[in-house]
Design a protein around this ligand. Structure first.
Ligand code: COA
Ligand code: ZN
Length: 313
């Protein structure tokens, strides 16, 4: 299998993770986690989303989060569902806007209360507003691997939506398995279709673990040529408009596996585990990530109890 020598991990816990929690995480705690992730070496962070505070109250402090972040060396994205969100994100000086549109009509109605066509109609205004201010725009496709309401999502629908993003000048396309319905052959086959039509377009994969297949999907995607992945500290995450939403791939688990396979992530394993443990403290319950429980494989790192969790040591 032909595997890449390095990958980019986009950290999405501050957006996908915090939006999925029942309670509101304080702005200063959100900033603390983003800073800890950046210190561990993560270079791209989806810091928040500019969405209706009535729809997703957990993200109501988006502007304050952006205002509180240090501006050195890290590339901050924010998710937006519409033009209003893009305008607020640009005002808040994000580096990159991630527009999200569902690849199924049913999820679109549930998530943003309008159909795909209406969302696509916003794209020229969003891209032009961002371009005027030198802000990059990426296009995310929710439910690209299956929809909890509709079932299978045809490749043709994914490619048509990608086309709309690419025509408008998207820098990166994010194929999201919002509902954890993907399996390795589905991942390989969608990537193949994607590359067949958009050979020159950068793409990322965003996997949820609702059915336990997320890490296998990442491995399949690596083999199919993917080099950019969304992961979330501690494995938190989930779309509030998906029944039984489950977490993202835990950043620290992915760093462990990839580095051990000789694939460079640029992220320090010990520091990212420490960040995940701090996140668990803030949230106040056990998170899905495994490395924060088992520790890395190097026995030296358990000396003095600095890294092994005392509960499992
Ligand atoms: N950011 C902040 N406020 C926004 C907004 C945005 N991006 N878009 C709309 N609003 C405000 C409007 O100004 C309006 O405010 P008002 O009541 O004070 O006048 C209110 O929200 C309703 O606006 P409307 O355009 O009617 O939106 P809606 O109620 O139909 O909701 C969305 C549509 C898209 C704004 C909402 O469903 C949403 O934010 N969804 C995000 C879902 C999400 O983040 N899912 C997880 C990630 S995939
Ligand atoms: Zn997600």
């Amino acid at each position: 299998m032909d595997l890449p020598s390095k990958v980019t991990l986009r950290e999405v816990a501050p957006r996908d993770g915090f939006q999925s929690l029942p309670g509101f995480i304080l702005t200063e705690q959100k900033i603390e986690i983003i800073e800890a992730v950046a210190r561990a070496g993560v270079k791209e962070i989806e810091a928040t989303s500019f969405v209706s505070p009535k729809a997703i109250p957990q993200m109501r402090d988006a502007t304050d989060v952006m205002r509180g972040l240090p501006r050195s060396g890290c590339y901050y994205s924010a998710l937006v569902p519409n033009l209003k969100g893009a305008q607020l994100a640009i005002e808040a000086r994000v580096d990159n806007i991630v527009v999200v549109i569902s690849a199924s009509e049913a999820h679109s109605m549930a998530n943003v209360r309008r159909g795909m066509k209406a969302s696509i109609a916003d794209l020229p205004a969003i891209f032009s507003a961002a371009k005027d201010q030198g802000v990059a725009v990426s296009g995310a496709l929710a439910v690209a691997f299956g929809c909890p309401y509709q079932g299978d999502v045809p490749h043709e629908d994914v490619l048509a939506l990608t086309e709309a993003y690419v025509e408008n000048g998207a820098e990166l396309i994010i194929l999201a398995d919002t509902t954890g319905m993907a399996t390795p052959p589905r991942v390989e086959s969608l990537i193949k279709s994607f590359k067949g039509r958009f050979a020159a377009t950068d793409f990322a994969l965003h996997f949820h673990n609702n059915r336990g297949t997320a890490m296998a999907n990442l491995f399949a995607a690596l083999g199919a040529g993917a080099t950019i992945f969304d992961t979330a500290l501690g494995g938190i995450g989930g779309c509030p408009n998906v029944p039984q939403a489950a977490g993202n791939l835990p950043t620290e688990d992915v760093v462990y596996m990839l580095e051990d396979m000789g694939i460079e992530t640029g992220i320090d394993l010990v520091s990212i585990i420490e960040a995940a443990r701090r996140l668990e403290e803030i949230i106040g319950h056990t998170l899905p990530g495994q490395l924060m429980k088992s520790g890395p494989r190097d026995p030296q790192l358990s000396a003095g109890g600095c890294i092994l969790n005392p509960a499992t040591a």
